[in-house]
Ligand binder design. Sequence first.
Ligand SMILES: [Zn+2]
Length: 455
Amino acid sequence: MRNLVTALIIALSLGSQHALAISADDLATREGEVIFGQAWLKSMRGRLGERMDPFCIDLLETWLTRLKNQFELGAMPMTALCLNSQDFNAFAAPGGIVGVNRGVYLDLATESEIMAVLAHELAHLAQRHHYRGLKNSQRLSTGTLATLAGVVAAIATRQGQAAQSLIMGGQAANATAALAYSRDYEREADRIGVTALAGAGYPPEAMASVLQILAEKQTQTTQDLAFLSTHPLGIERQSDLDARVAQMQDPREGQPVLSPKDFQLFRCIQTEGIEFATGKQAKQSCSEIHALLADYRSERYEQALNQFDQLPEAVRQTFSGLDLEIALTLKTGDFDRSREAIETIALFFPSWVQPTIAAVDLAIAEADARLPRALRDQLVQRPERLDLWRALARFAQAFKQDHLLFEARSWDALLHGKLEAAKMQMTRAQEVWPKAADSRPLDLLKDAIKQTETL
Ligand SMILES: [Zn+2]
């Protein structure tokens, strides 16, 4: 998926030679990057293997926001994607889109290490490596270039929808245009990333330890690591980084978002059902949690909750513990416990979407047909969060509220770039929208569709 992103940028850089006469600077602006990134995301969304795990998405957003302030990324929005793949990989696409496979948590044992990976990815974005790296590359066919020139033109004239169609149409042609970051850019991303990591209050040594982990993985497996194919390792990367870290003054260490116990539990939850190929210790430390989750998946909810209650209090009281407690108690009917856990997370992370979605699931479990008000507020503030629309759809289905179901499906289609489907669902929502109901959600939907059409 990186190929396409990088491929587009080459077309831009060649733009001046094309009849379209689009300047490379059209995409090299932060605004152009965001338009491109969003169009790309919509076209890819169905194939990314996203996890609709609100806790994971909120946490990744929080980590990214913390790091972002360390880079010159201006007002670039951050779109966090938790992905289901078991492979060790993470990527950043122009426009602030960052995806992390849950497979990385097999190997990354601390928040500092995941922050090091994210800092490295954001450094590529901040330094516009996609764009710069492809400026001189000649590896694309003319057919691909023609498609990409169209994408560039569409973006330059702010036609997001047209750009998206071209991105989708041109995908096959781009499949072979494999382009990775160069080793020079890797060193630069390490260097800038490690400074940002320290600036955000994390030990810079974590960057070196990630390189160490990658080097070990490389020797242990015959398979190509996706991450290493786009971020080549090279011995010099490690020594350059070591020198850099040695030069750095002792940074002020800050509080991580998750305590070490919390991160460990989060890690176990994320690696559910994955075989730990290496790291027996990690496997052992997660065995209890994985057993609990296996019970949960087999609908042995009481048993799973019993196991949870036997965990040390310091583990249960973590944010990941509360997230787990919500999931379990919603199933066992211990709703007071769910409510309390939801309120605790909301108190510590007022901007998080997770407590709102949990409140929706609690309303469904309690057969309370009143839509939690916080959901409407969040939907207005964060309409790009697909997990919120999925929660609205669950609620609508549970209480047979068709107008809400069509509304949720319309947004869902819109976030997948399916404009016609979005319009059709909107029409259906309009047809059944109760006269007495607030019509502002319909207006917002209409505006969003119109914006996509004319962007
Ligand atoms: Zn890299």
